[in-house]
Design a protein around this ligand. Structure first.
Ligand SMILES: N[C@@H](CCC(=O)N[C@@H](CS)C(=O)NCC(=O)O)C(=O)O
Length: 214
C-alpha cells in the first residue's frame, strides 16, 4: 500500500490539483478510482458516510488522516514536504487569496462549464452556458493580467497557488470549444513553465478513468 491514497477520477480538475502536487513532490501515492459518472459514487450514502460527507473528490488519505478540499490537501502536502510552500506570512496569505479565487471563480466556473458541455445528460442549457462563459472570460482575464510580467502566481518560485490554478487548464481545447492558452498569452506561457516542472503529468495520464464511462 502506498503512503498516500487519493480518491479521484481523470476528468476532475479539482482532483488533478492534488494528484499533480503528489507527483511533483515525488510522493509515494496511488489513486483510488471514484466512479463519478455512471456510478454516481459521490452521491451515494456510502460515499458520504465513509469517504467524504461533502460528496466530493479529491479526498487524500494519509494514515489515519482523511483530508478533503484541494486547497487543504495542497497546504498539508506543502507543509509536510516543504515543497511549493509559501515562506512568509504575507506569501501564505497571498497564496490563500489566489487559491480561493481559483476555487470560486476560475476553475470554479470552468469545471461546471466543461461538465455541462461534455458529460451531462442532457447537456447544459444555452443560457446557463452563456452565463458561465461570461464568468470564465472575466476570471481568465484577471489571471492573465496577474501573470503579465511574472513567472509564477505568487513570489519568484512555484507555489501551491500555481498548482491549484492549473486544475482545468490542461484539458483538451475541444472539451471547451475555446482555446484558453492560445487566447491568453501569459496563461499559455505560464502553463508551459508548470509543465516543465519535474514530475508533471497530464490529468489523463495521472488519474484513472479516461475515457469516461458515461
Ligand atoms: N472546492 C473543491 C471542489 C471539489 C469538487 O467540486 N469536486 C467535484 C468533482 S470535479 C465533485 O466531486 N463533485 C461531486 C458531485 O457533484 O456530486 C475542491 O477544490 O476540492
Amino acid at each position: 500500500m502506498a503512503e498516500y491514497q487519493l480518491y479521484c477520477f481523470a476528468q476532475s480538475g479539482n482532483a488533478y490539483r492534488a494528484a499533480l502536487m503528489l507527483n511533483l513532490i515525488g510522493a509515494d501515492w496511488q489513486p483510488a478510482y471514484v466512479d463519478f459518472f455512471k456510478g454516481g459514487e459521490t452521491r451515494t450514502p456510502k460515499y458520504r458516510a465513509e469517504v467524504n460527507e461533502m460528496g466530493e473528490v479529491p479526498v487524500l488519505v494519509h494514515g489515519a488522516k482523511k483530508l478533503t478540499q484541494s486547497g487543504v490537501i495542497l497546504t498539508y502536502l506543502a507543509e509536510r514536504s516543504g515543497k511549493f510552500k509559501p515562506q512568509t506570512e504575507d506569501e501564505r496569505l497571498e497564496v490563500l487569496r489566489w487559491i480561493i479565487f481559483d476555487n470560486q471563480k476560475t476553475n470554479g466556473f470552468l469545471g461546471p462549464y466543461r461538465f455541462l458541455k461534455n458529460f451531462a445528460k442532457p447537456p447544459g442549457d444555452p443560457a446557463v452556458m452563456a452565463f458561465l462563459k461570461g464568468r470564465i472570460d472575466g476570471s481568465l482575464a484577471i489571471v492573465d493580467k496577474r501573470l503579465a510580467g511574472r513567472t509564477w502566481m505568487v513570489g519568484d518560485r512555484p507555489t501551491i497557488a500555481d498548482i491549484s490554478m492549473c486544475a482545468y487548464l490542461y484539458y483538451p481545447v475541444d472539451e471547451y470549444g475555446f482555446d484558453i492558452a492560445g487566447t491568453h498569452k501569459n496563461i499559455g506561457a505560464w502553463l508551459e513553465r508548470v509543465k516543465a516542472l519535474p514530475g508533471w503529468k497530464h490529468p489523463y495520464e495521472l488519474m484513472p478513468g479516461h475515457p469516461p464511462n458515461l
